[in-house]
Design a binder for this molecule. Structure first.
Ligand SMILES: [Zn+2]
Ligand SMILES: [Zn+2]
Length: 162
């Protein structure tokens, strides 16, 4: 699978667009599902008929910032993504793609799960961004496996409130 490593960069999160969305500070974006920990909204540049992002309300930089203890967070993000697809009428849960971009291929430096359906209808011009087992993209399942086996030793997750 694609290589993951630890990222220890720190950045101010005051202007992070996903923090703003998660805290209802961005009027342009409609939050379509929410709980105490996560929010879900539509990707502004959809790559498939259904394309949503699930983000934690807490600012986490990227999948390189994750520790073994985040496995359940990833699981819950995937659960919310699937619940949204279900709400939107998607019935073939095999024809979906869930995953994360790996730095430097992240467009926003706030952890977000891409939720796409149907996977067989991902637009050709965007497909290169979501190729399985590439350096660019890691599925939610692969990331969980990775975290189980190779949890980084260094505590470097960014847990800065807005
Ligand atoms: Zn953020
Ligand atoms: Zn992304």
């Amino acid at each position: 699978m694609a290589k993951l490593y630890s990222d220890s960069s720190t950045k101010t999160v005051k202007t992070c667009i996903f923090c703003l969305i998660a805290h209802h500070q961005d009027k342009e974006t409609e939050v379509i599902k929410e709980n105490k920990e996560l929010v879900c909204f539509r990707d502004i540049a959809p790559a498939a008929p259904h394309h949503y992002l699930v983000v934690p309300k807490q600012h986490i930089h990227s999948c390189f910032s994750l520790q073994r203890g985040h496995i359940h967070l990833i699981e819950r993000m995937a659960e919310m993504g699937k619940a949204v697809l279900h709400d939107q009428g998607i019935t073939d849960m095999k024809d979906i793609r869930l995953g994360f971009h790996q730095p430097p291929y992240t467009s926003v430096d706030h952890l977000h799960l891409h939720v796409l359906a149907p996977a067989s209808q991902i637009y050709q011009c965007m497909e290169y961004k979501f190729i399985l087992r590439s350096d660019r993209f890691v599925t939610e399942k692969c990331l969980q496996e990775y975290l189980k086996d190779n949890a980084p030793a260094v505590q470097d997750a960014l847990c800065l409130p807005l």
